[in-house]
Write a protein that binds this ligand. Structure first.
Ligand code: SF4
Ligand code: SF4
Length: 447
């Protein structure tokens, strides 16, 4: 694609980077075929190619974002299916991230939208505040229907609908910042990132991860100084906040690396994994943090990537339980991890079924299911119908956002991949497995 940025504009590193991305696009439109918003809404401006044109026009003309551009960029899920499909290697993720930051700087959103975004940025990344908000939301749940019909009430209704009716208690074990290896140990020293929303919604995921890794002989660290990865605010264009979150984590993790070495930073929420792996890019121009950020990105690994490299012992505990594996967009498109989770599950004895249209987003996408509830609901219904088509006993996924979203649309139990692997290799049986109807197929102790 030809561009016409001036020399002056190209002195801005962010513009220069986006210009390079824009020039790679050859307008072929292959990406439209796999874009969930284009498939749902049928508007070219809700396709990757349409959005690329809008971004190019906005940046080239150096003009503040307008209502039309904001509407179509806001509707983008950042699912990155377009990046998987694009034959020209257009880095849409970095382009849309730049557009979002530009919108945040140049566009004044309606008051109600600003309030919602401010509230989400103030609550979701902080586990204590998030826990309180979820407790309050339980009281508000009966009013979700009324709120939905009020002007500007849909995001609040979506939040109330998403809030679980009960929350697991924080697990005391997770307060420890060091978990010693069991047995002989000596396999290595790793951080398991605790995340923000996940540790509140489902602490069993981090517990299963720590339990499995320590049994495999790893020393596991959970540095108390780390926080949210910054993805939630990053996708709202709040660059300053996302960079601060990244720096805080970089300091916390590299502090551990300096104390005793570090083999990996293990992440169990693929949305966070995509962001941490991008820290090197996010902070590339930061003199103090550029190199440190790149080091952290190189250490970051999804738990299934790490377990594949580490190797797991033989197990047949899955005993043919039929799983639908839902691959989160951030897993398959953001991190290109497609084979490893399914292979680990199959190797543990589960029968793993692919979900039809597995490349399409479930509609969760960080705060998308709150800020764009109607499109998110349509995508959820499509995802759940596709999952149910393969008639699974269980669903496995590697991202808490997807787990929460899909659980809201089906009665089929959904678990994190690592909870199943932990059980299959001698760990605690997840509650959902205990209540599986084909109880006889599921031994109480896997090994
Ligand atoms: S990131 Fe997803 S929703 Fe956004 S343009 Fe690409 S395919 Fe479409
Ligand atoms: S597939 Fe790639 S090159 Fe083709 S229009 Fe989409 S982004 Fe541009």
């Amino acid at each position: 694609m030809q561009t016409s940025f001036t020399e002056e504009q190209l002195k801005d590193a962010a513009i220069a980077h986006s210009e390079k991305i824009l020039r790679k696009c050859v307008h072929c439109g292959f990406c439209t075929a796999t874009c969930p918003t284009y498939l749902t809404l049928g508007d070219e401006l809700d396709s990757p190619r349409g959005r690329i044109y809008l971004i190019k026009d906005m940046l080239e003309n150096n003009r503040p974002a307008d209502d039309r551009t904001v509407k179509h960029i806001d509707r983008c899920l950042s699912c990155l299916a377009c990046m998987t499909t694009c034959p020209s290697g257009v880095h849409y993720m970095h382009l849309v991230d730049h557009a979002r930051a530009y919108i945040q700087q140049t566009y004044k959103r309606p008051l109600i939208d600003r309030l919602y975004r401010w509230m989400l940025a103030q609550v979701l990344p902080y586990p204590g505040r998030f826990r309180l908000a979820l407790s309050a939301a339980r009281l508000g749940k009966p009013f979700a229907g009324v709120l939905k019909s009020l002007p500007g009430g849909k995001p609040m209704a979506a939040m109330l609908a998403l809030a679980p009716s009960g929350l697991p208690k924080p697990d005391r074990q997770l307060k420890n910042s060091r978990h010693a290896p069991l047995g002989a140990g000596g396999r290595g020293r790793v951080v398991v990132m605790q995340g923000c929303a996940q540790r509140v919604l489902d602490p069993a995921i981090n517990l299963a991860t720590i339990s499995l890794l320590t049994r495999l002989g790893y020393e596991v660290l959970t540095p108390p100084a780390e926080g949210c990865c910054g993805a939630l605010v990053h996708h709202m264009g709040r660059e300053h906040e996302s960079h601060s979150a990244a720096k805080r984590n970089i300091d916390a993790w590299l502090d551990e690396a300096e104390k005793g070495g570090l083999d990996a930073i293990i992440i169990t929420t693929s949305g966070c994994g995509t962001t941490v792996k991008d820290y090197g890019h996010m902070l590339r121009d930061d003199a103090a943090y550029g190199a440190r950020a790149a080091r952290v990105s190189a250490l970051a690994k999804d738990i299934t990537e790490f377990l594949t490299e580490a190797g797991l012992p033989q197990s047949t505990a899955g005993n043919g339980i039929r799983l639908a594996y839902h691959s989160a967009c951030s897993m398959q498109h953001g991190q290109k991890i497609t084979v490893q989770p399914k292979k680990l599950l199959a190797d543990a004895g589960f029968e793993v079924a692919d979900v039809p249209e597995g490349h399409l987003c479930c509609g969760s996408a960080g705060t998308y299911n709150i800020l764009q509830p109607e499109i998110a609901a349509r995508l959820k219904a499509r995802k759940v119908a596709n999952i149910e088509r393969v008639k699974p006993q269980l669903i496995a996924a590697g991202n808490i956002g997807c787990i929460t979203q899909i659980a809201g649309g089906t009665d089929i139990p959904i678990l994190h991949t690592v909870e199943l692997l932990n059980w299959a290799h001698g760990g605690t049986m997840p509650q959902a497995l205990k209540s599986l109807k084909s109880g006889s197929a599921v031994p109480e102790a896997a090994e």
